[in-house]
Design a protein around this ligand. Sequence first.
Ligand code: ADP
Ligand code: ZN
Ligand code: ZN
Length: 826
Amino acid sequence: MSAGTTWFADLILPLPLPELFTYGVPVEMKDNLVPGMRVVVQFGRQKVFAALVYECHNRPPEKYAVKEILSVLDDFPVVTDSQFRLWKWISDYYLCSMGEVMAAALPSALRLQSESIITRNPEFDGDTSVLTDREYLVFEALEMQQELRLKDISKILSLKHVLPVLRSMLNKRLIRVREEVEEKYKPRMIDVVSLNVNEFPEEKLGKLLDSLEKRAAKQLDLVMAVLQFTREEEVEEIPKSQLLKRSGSTAAALNALVRKGVLKVKKRQEDRIAAYTGSLIEPLVLNPYQEQSLKETKFAFEQGKVTLLHGVTSSGKTELYIHLIRDSLNQGKQVLYLLPEIALTTQLIGRLQKHFGDRLLVYHSRFNEQERVEVWNKLLEDNLNTEGRGRLVIGARSAVLLPLQKLGLVIVDEEHDHSYKQEDPAPRYNARDAAIVMAAQQDAAVLLGTATPSMESYFNALSGKYDLVTLDRRHADLEMPDVALVDMRDARKRKQLSGHFSHALLEELKGVLKEGQQAIIFQNRRGFAPYLECNTCAWTPVCNNCDVSLTYHKFKNELRCHYCGFMQGVPARCVQCGDQDIRMRGYGTERIEEELQSMLPGTRIARLDYDTTRSKSGYRDIITSFEEGEIDVLVGTQMVTKGLDFDRVQLVGILNADSILHYPEFRAHERGFQLLAQVSGRAGRRKHGKVLIQSHQVDNPVLAFVLRHAYKDFYMHELNERYKFFYPPYCRLIEIRLKHKDEKRIDKLSGELTLELKKMFAKRVLGPTIPYVSRVRNLYQRHLLIKLEKTLSISEVKKSLQLALAAFKQKPENRQLIIQVDVDPL
Ligand code: ADP
Ligand code: ZN
Ligand code: ZN
C-alpha cells in the first residue's frame, strides 16, 4: 500500500466470493473514477482482473492492507446507479454475490475475467528517458507487436512476476490494459442481389423478359421478383435468401442469370439490430372491453399499484400493451417488455416494429455477444441523452439486468411462466419479481399480463396488494375453443387407438385437413424422452455421470444425457444379457411426427422442438412456413404453447395430459392447468376452434376446469389445497441443494446440516430428500426445504441462514460439499 492513499474503491470482482473488495485509488485517478467503471487490479499473487467499481469512499478497511488499482479501463461508467440498486436487491434477496449478478448481467464482451492485453498508450509523450531497462524492453516490444499478453511479457523479460513492471509502466502512463474480448467483432455478411442496370437498360430488359418467358420460367420468376421487390421497397438490392423464397426459384436459376450478366450478387454487411425502415402504423381501435380494461389499468397505474391483467387468450392483451407503451414513449420514458424466451418470436417483434420502428430494441439469448453489447451501449447512450426519445426494450429474463434508468413502464407478459426464474447458475432470480422491484425503485408502472395467472400473482391481486383487470372475451366476440376429453382407457378397450392417437383425434384431424385448415399436436416434453430398452431383460442404457437413462436421438442415431450432455453411440447388443433385440420406448415428438406421417400420407407435417430449432433461423423458418400455409400439422413441445398467433389453426390435439398433471411436485396442477389452457388457446384464433385432450385419467379435477375455461374456479380449488398443505402463496420457500461426489458423505452431511438448521428454524425445515434425479455429473444430490410463514421477517431469516450455511461450509471436513440456495424455488 502506498503511504498516501486516502481514497478507496469497493470493487465487484468476477468471482463467486460473497464480499466486495476494497482497493486504494491512486491520487491521479481519484478525480475521474466513478462507480460503474471497470478497473484493473491484482488479486492474489499472480492474477490480474478487471473489476467493477461499486463505490468510492475514504474509509480504509480494517481487516487488510489495500492494494492499489492498476489502471482504469473506461472513460465513463458502463453500469449505472439504477442497475447497482437492482443488483444489490437481487444479491440480498436471492442470497448470492454481487459478482454472480454481474456475471449474469454483463455481456461477456464487457465482462471482466478474460486475459488482459497490454497495448501502448497512444497518449504517451515519447520521453523514454524515464524508462528502466526492463520497461524499455516491453515498450520496444509493443512497438513491434501492438499488443502483448502477460505471458509474452514474461518471456521477453525472462521474469516470472511481471506485474510490478507493468504497474510502474501504468503509473508512468506508458501502457494500457484492456480486456480480451472473447468474440471479436465480426460484421455479419449476407448475399444481396440487384439488377445489372448498366448491362440491361429498360428496353433490353423487356426483350430479355420476353425470351425468358418462353424458355426459362424459373429465371423469369426471379427477375420479376427482383423488379417487384426493388420497386415496392424502394431499394436496389434484395437479400438472396429472401429473393429465392419469394420467387420460389432456385439458386441454379440465379446463377444462370448472373452468368448472363442480368443480375449481380455481392456481399453486404447486415445490420445486427436491423433498422426498421417501413412506415409506422397507428394502434388499432380498441373494442369496448379492451377500452374498459385500458381505463382500469391506467387508473391502477395512477394509484401506483402493480396491475395484473388477466385476459383470456386472444383477448387482445398485446393491443392493450401497445397503447400503454405508446403513452410511455411519448413521455420520453423507457419501456421494458419481458417475455419468456421462446415467446420472443419474429411474429411479435414484427408486430411491435410496425408501431415503434427503431425505438424498439430486442435483447435475446440467441444474440451473439457483440449484438448484446450493441444493445447495452445504445441504452447507455439513451441515458446520456436528455432530449428524451422513449425507448422500448423487449427481451427475455436477463433484459431486466440492462442499463435502463428512465423507466416508465414494465410489462411482464405471460407472467406465470417458469422460465422467468433462473435455475442455474446463481443468481437464481425471478425476472418478474426483479422487474417489479426495479419498477418500484424507478417509480415506474408495472403490468403483469397472462391468461393463466400464477397462484402467487392472483392471490396478490385478490388480496388487494395488486390491482386486477379482467378481460374475459376474445377479440371480435370469437368464442373460446370447444375443449373435449378423449378417454384413452376406453379407447384402448374399444380398440380405437392407432399408435398414440385415438381415432377420435385422427378423425377430427382429417376433417380439419380436408377443409384446408391447420392443426397443432402437442406432446409434453417431460417424461417422454425416448429411450432404448432390451426386450429380453429390460436393460436400459444409462448415463455414466448421472442417475438417468439416456435419451435416444433418432436423427443422429445416438444416445444423449439431457443433464450433462454425455453422448454415446447406440449399442449393437444388450450390455446385460447380450441380446440384440433392443427397442425404443417412450415417444418423443420425432416418433409422433413419424407415426402421423404414416397414417396421413401426403400431409405436410413439421416438428417444432428443441432439436429442430437449435439454430436461430430454424425456429423462424418453421413458424414462417406454418404461417404461410406450407405446413398442415405442426407437432411440437412446450414451444408451441407460447404466444403464437396463427390464423388457420382449427384444431389442437394434446396427446397425453396425464404426464403433465401427475408430476410429484406441489405445482404440478398449477403448471398443468396453465399448460393445457395455453395450448388450447392456440386454437381458433380467427374462427371457432376445437381442442381434444387425450387422457387415461379423465376424472382428474383439473381437466374439468380446463374444459370449462374456468380459471377462477381452478384457482379457488388449488388455493384450498395450498392452504391445507401450507404451500405458497401461504408461505415462502427456500430450497437448499446439496451436492457431493461421495454418497455416504452427503447422507451424513445433509443429516448434520438439517439438525443444525432445525436449531434455528425448528419444524420449518423439511428433509433431507433425494431428488428425482439423485446424481448429476457425478455429484450426489440432497435437498432441504425451509417453509417460512409470511409473518416472519424474511431478511432476518436470510441473514441467519446465510451465516449458518457459511459456518457449516467453513469446517475443513465439509469443504467438498457444494451448497446452493434457491429462494422462491419453482
Ligand atoms: P392476446 O395477446 O390476448 O393473446 P392479441 O393482442 O394477440 O391477443 O390479439 C389477438 C388477435 O386479435 C390479434 O391478431 C390482434 O391483432 C386482433 N385484435 C385484438 N384486438 C383488436 C382490435 N381492437 N381491433 C382489431 N384486431 C384486434
Ligand atoms: Zn438384455
Ligand atoms: Zn449425464
